[in-house]
Design a protein around this ligand. Structure first.
Ligand code: NAD
Length: 466
């Protein structure tokens, strides 16, 4: 399918197939998931190479740990629980309606659209696909134009596994993406920036298409006064510089007690230099996706008006290898504190009292993730109760995303709706209410002309003034 894809035609074929084939049963869904897992395993080398080529350099282990592992674990989890999730749930029919039975049945929505970003082009494309297939839907996918080799490979591989009226991949630039978001899907899952997410929600509104928006934002790290700095530095460095910071849930800035801030910056950079002794030519260190993104990070550091702690290796601009960079206490109106960073630049900010740190977090849009470091459970509870975010990892970063049994999603400006595991199945299903009246049900007696029986029943259930 070269040139501008016939999106409307494709959608019409999928909608026809929904009508013709009805609801897929458990076996059919399991077969689709098994096929997908086999396909990914069989072609993992090609997938890793495609992602690597799109980035310039993407550490193989990062594609394995950050994409293939959570994807395949997720498929395994869904596969194991799908039968139970598909089972109708008994509910209680109200006393006034007896004899009757009530249940909820989970039906497929129909055709689900998936718009995905470039930063984890496998996991963030195939992850939503897993939930959509588990819920029995047909799926159209538009991967990011900034990871074109991965997008093309996904189109070829998924095309070899599924007929295009079951799963179809369309590729193209922002115009194709915009046209895609205007299609009358039964649900649209968008993962990307908050700005484009707004445009997608507006386009979807014209069709009353419900959306799941997985967006970005500035995910804070709060180091509490009791926590050892060197221990915190290990997992902050890991989460921040994985994929060179191009991760939606990467730590975006760190709040540290004022008297420990300088010390923390030194410890953190030492830790980073131990993880990545060099930047240029280091296969473990991932490139920035495009020259434009690289230039934006340079401008962000230049503009920050902050003391800068740099990695000893200045990186390699030609290969878009941007060195790990710490910004010490940049002003809140700097670009680094206004925009999501999405690269290996980390502001470190001091706070005086924990209440001040919580207020700082709460004065900003609700983040996708929040990281809190403390071994004092009262302190952790205080942070959990005192903030809002899509998800939380306590005493590490990013790891909550890899839990198959936890929902993944944002809140407020960082997103709408969550997926993964059971939440993903429910999100991409229609929970249909089914009430079945018993054979001897007498509900028709409460009808006009209203008489004594109606009065007796309403008095019984409403009660008198008390
Ligand atoms: P982006 O918003 O630029 O692009 C995402 C997708 O939207 C792409 O497929 C693109 O083709 C498409 N698109 C572009 N213009 C469009 C338009 N006008 N209408 C409809 N679709 C359009 O995001 P990106 O640069 O690919 O990814 C980075 C952003 O994504 C960051 O903000 C990051 O935090 C966020 N993100 C969020 C998650 C999450 O799960 N919450 C995961 C990864 C990335």
């Amino acid at each position: 399918m070269d040139g501008v894809p016939d999106l409307q035609g494709l959608l019409a074929r999928q909608q026809q197939a929904v009508k013709r084939h009805g609801t897929p049963d458990l076996k059919e869904r399991q077969a689709a998931l098994d096929g997908l897992a086999r396909l990914v395993r069989r072609h993992q080398g090609d997938l890793i190479s495609a992602v690597n080529a799109d980035f310039g350099n993407r550490a193989r282990q990062e594609t394995e740990l950050g994409e293939l592992m959570p994807l395949l674990n997720g498929i395994r989890h869904v596969r194991r629980h799908l039968k139970g999730w598909m089972r109708p749930r008994r509910r209680v029919a109200g006393l006034a309606f007896q004899p009757a039975s009530a249940r909820v049945e989970y039906q497929p929505l129909g055709v689900v659209g998936i718009l995905s970003p470039w930063n984890y082009p496998l996991f963030l494309t195939l992850g939503p696909l897993v939930d959509a297939l588990a819920a029995g839907n047909r799926v159209m996918i538009k991967p990011s134009e900034l990871a074109p080799r991965t997008g093309d490979l996904l189109r070829t591989l998924l095309g070899s596994l599924f007929p295009e009226d079951r799963v179809a991949v369309v590729t193209g630039g922002a115009e194709v993406a915009a046209a895609f978001s205007r299609l009358s899907f039964d649900h649209l899952v968008f993962t990307g920036s908050t700005r484009v997410g707004q445009a997608v929600m507006q386009a979807a509104a014209d069709n009353l298409t419900p959306v799941t928006l997985e967006l970005g934002g500035k995910s804070p790290v709060l180091i509490m006064p009791d926590y050892p700095l060197d221990k915190a530095a290990r997992t902050i460095a890991m989460g921040k510089f994985f994929n060179a910071g191009q991760t939606c849930v990467a730590p975006d800035y760190v709040l540290v007690p004022r008297d420990r801030m300088e010390n923390f910056a030194q410890i953190l950079m030492r830790r980073v230099e131990a993880m990545y002794p060099t930047i240029s030519g280091n296969p473990d260190y991932t490139s920035i996706i495009t020259d434009r993104h690289h230039a934006r990070l340079l401008a962000m550091v230049d503009e920050a008006r902050a003391r800068v702690v740099r990695h000893r290796d200045a990186g390699d601009t030609a290969r878009r290898l941007f060195p790990p960079t710490l910004l010490i206490d940049p002003p809140t109106d700097s670009m680094a504190m206004r925009e999501e960073i999405f690269g290996p630049v980390l502001p470190i900010l001091p706070y005086d009292r924990v209440e001040d740190a919580l207020a700082f977090i709460n004065d900003r849009p609700k983040p996708l993730a929040l990281y809190c470091y403390s071994d004092d459970s009262n302190r952790v509870t205080e942070v959990l109760n005192g903030t809002r975010s899509g998800g939380v990892t306590v005493n590490a970063t990013m790891l909550h995303v890899g839990q198959e049994d936890l929902p993944f999603g944002g809140v407020g400006e960082s997103g709408t709706g969550a997926y993964h595991g059971h939440e993903g199945f429910v999100r991409l299903s229609h929970a249909r209410a089914v009430l079945r009246m018993g054979r001897f049900n007498q509900s028709h007696l409460v009808a006009a002309p209203y008489g004594r029986l109606t009065g007796w029943i309403t008095r019984l259930f409403i009660g008198g003034a008390s």
